[in-house]
Design a protein around this ligand. Structure first.
Ligand code: SF4
Ligand code: SF4
Length: 207
């Protein structure tokens, strides 16, 4: 019969309307912005830069290698590498981005910058309340706007952050073991000295 579907739909609506007075589970309207639904782990918006410890400058993981800048499809990342090195939060000298901008009016949230970063230095944020009346400078995120702590990352993406922490922790442990084993291996004097390894230094443990 024509209209049966409409009547069935109205019945469901009426049942939920009446039921919502007795069962809070049926109240599905969220009174935003006072109330918010939790965002899923894999929700993503725009990228941010991670730092370890308490100091955004000292702890910034980014070494300004520019891989993300090169790979970003709409070319919305702009980096200027430092001429000097700064100690990271573990005291190891590293280059850093003198300038790191992301134009979020162009960013398409593809996450490619995150995928290509070898240092776990850039991750996707979940902050979506970024609307502004001005679409140029106000949507250009500078290094200081982008830098967020590892603690923040653990809060917004606990599963992924735990995986990254474990990976960096294991790499730091392996590096420490290798360093400890190096003097012992170097002690026996032989006729032919093996060539030095060109392997890059592994990443450090997260704070
Ligand atoms: S998410 Fe995609 S578009 Fe946005 S900065 Fe990263 S690579 Fe570029
Ligand atoms: S965020 Fe990662 S890939 Fe981009 S410049 Fe920094 S270290 Fe390199």
């Amino acid at each position: 019969m024509i209209g049966t579907g409409i009547l069935k739909g109205m019945a469901v609506t009426a049942r939920n309307l009446v039921g919502s007075y007795f069962d809070k589970e049926r109240l599905i309207t969220v009174q935003y912005p006072e109330e918010r639904n939790p965002l899923p782990e894999n929700y993503r918006n725009f990228p941010f830069l991670l730092y370890d410890g308490d100091d955004p400058h000292a702890g910034l993981r980014c070494v300004a290698c520019k891989i993300c800048e090169k790979e970003c499809p709409p070319q919305c990342i702009y980096i200027v590498k430092s001429e000097d090195k700064k100690p990271d939060y573990m005291g190891k000298p590293q280059f850093y981005p003198k300038v790191f901008d992301i134009d979020i009016s162009v960013c398409m949230s593809c996450q490619i910058c995150v995928e290509v970063c070898p240092f776990e230095a850039i991750k996707m944020d979940k902050d979506f309340e970024l609307s502004t009346r001005e679409r140029f400078d106000a949507l250009l995120m500078r290094k200081d706007d982008l830098a967020k702590s590892n603690e923040y990352y653990r809060r917004i993406s606990p599963i992924d952050a735990a995986e990254v922490d474990a990976k960096l922790g294991a790499a730091a442990e392996a590096a420490a073991k290798k360093k400890a084993a190096a003097p012992a291996a170097a002690k026996p004097v032989t006729a032919a000295t093996p060539p030095a390894s060109n392997e890059p230094a592994p990443s450090r443990a997260p704070s």
